[in-house]
Ligand binder design. Structure first.
Ligand SMILES: *Cc1c(COP(=O)(O)O)cnc(C)c1O
Length: 364
């Protein structure tokens, strides 16, 4: 039996008519950038998150980068970034000319370790980037208190956590601003690249929108040296349709995660833990295994595609060699990089496929 890592076919077949109608609407309106479809999606997504404003962007990396620009962060500034995340969190910081200062993650939910942040704060530190890795919020309250104590901005990288909650409140409305990605494989995915900056402060949202539109508030009046990073209207229309189903799809991911957690009893596979303060949306179902590559190969032999997110921690990327970090510096991030295996997780997995993954994992 084949179990791909992800498969959108059931999801898209179920809402095919609505997707077709949404795309047709954009084509018929003959309006592809900055159309009413964009405002409609932005209003819906801001309301979904419980935030005041949403600005569609070209992708998740740009959403984060534009947030930092809108807050005036640039050369000479430092930002706290977890040592375990996708490279984009760090690239957003380096894009604006600032310096990422890595801090290890904690071993329970794999998010920023609040206890290690203060040692990394200097007088140049401007913000903390908190990444809800794999779809779960970590020690948010503790991080918020540190940010407040030191007068730092707190930014969420929510690219893996659409719809996740912390103490009942959704990502996107927890911190000062949040960057989301709508890359097709994310929990809320477009039919191509896309992203959004979600913020509390409408004035910040306005600066993000202006920066992302060549620095122009009105046509040909360029107030900043901006960039071109906007969400296409076709993607906005598709995302408005999909947003209606996000809670249902996330609930199914939680059900599959529950089946995995109950069914996988192999002592050489360490299962992920859930933060009692948070509601996980399982963008990734991460297990830790000694002999990680052997587990991936064993699953492949059974027709199952498992991946690793991510095999290199931030401080050991060649791209960040200039920052001078040595191996051994962030043991939890390094442990994850050498042990993590992501099991298949998508809306539309059959019971047989879920059972097949559980059986194969138990036979490793
Ligand atoms: C996907 C992702 C991003 C970047 O989003 P893109 O839309 O691919 O640019 C940023 N941070 C994290 C944690 C991600 O998983």
């Amino acid at each position: 039996m084949n179990v791909p890592f992800a498969d959108f076919s059931v999801m898209h077949t179920e809402i095919r008519d609505q997707l077709d109608a949404a795309i047709r609407r954009v084509v018929d309106a003959n309006y592809f950038i900055g159309s009413p479809e964009n405002k409609d999606f932005e209003d819906r997504f801001a309301a979904y998150c419980g935030a005041n404003a949403c600005v569609g962007c070209g992708n998740g990396l740009d959403a984060l980068q534009l947030i930092l620009r809108a807050y005036g962060i640039g050369a000479g500034d430092e930002l706290i970034v977890p040592a375990h995340t996708f490279i984009a969190t760090g690239l957003a910081v380096t894009y604006v000319g600032a310096k990422p200062v890595f801090v290890d993650v904690e071993p329970h939910w794999y998010c920023l370790d609040a206890a290690q942040i203060e040692d990394a704060i200097t007088e140049r530190t401007k913000a903390i980037m908190m990444v809800h890795i794999y779809g779960q919020v970590g020690e948010f309250q503790a991080v918020r208190e540190i940010a407040d104590k030191h007068g730092l901005l707190l930014i969420e990288d929510a690219a893996q956590a659409h719809g996740a909650r912390y103490r009942g409140q959704r990502t996107g409305s927890l911190a000062d601003a949040a960057g989301f990605s709508f890359y097709p494989g994310k929990n809320l995915g477009a039919f191509g690249d896309g992203g959004a900056a979600v913020c509390r402060d409408a004035a910040v949202a306005e600066r993000i929108r202006t920066y992302g539109n060549y620095g122009a508030r009105t046509k040909y009046q360029h107030v900043y040296k901006g960039v071109n990073s906007r969400l296409d209207s076709v993607q906005a229309a598709v995302l408005s349709v999909k947003l209606e189903f996000l809670d249902r799809w996330n609930a199914e991911r939680r059900r599959i995660a529950g089946r995995y957690k109950k069914g996988i009893t192999n002592p050489s596979i360490r299962l992920p833990q859930e933060n009692p303060d948070a509601e996980h949306v399982w963008h990734i179902f991460p297990v830790m295994a000694e002999g990680r590559d052997a587990l991936i190969a064993h699953l492949r032999d059974q027709g199952i595609t498992a991946l690793c997110h991510y095999p290199v921690p931030m401080h050991l990327h060649q791209a960040y060699a200039d920052l001078g970090y040595a191996p051994g510096r962030f043991p939890v991030a390094e442990y994850i990089a050498s042990h993590e295996v992501s099991l298949p997780m998508y809306y539309g997995m059959t019971e047989e496929q879920i059972d097949h993954v559980i059986d194969a994992a138990n036979r490793f």
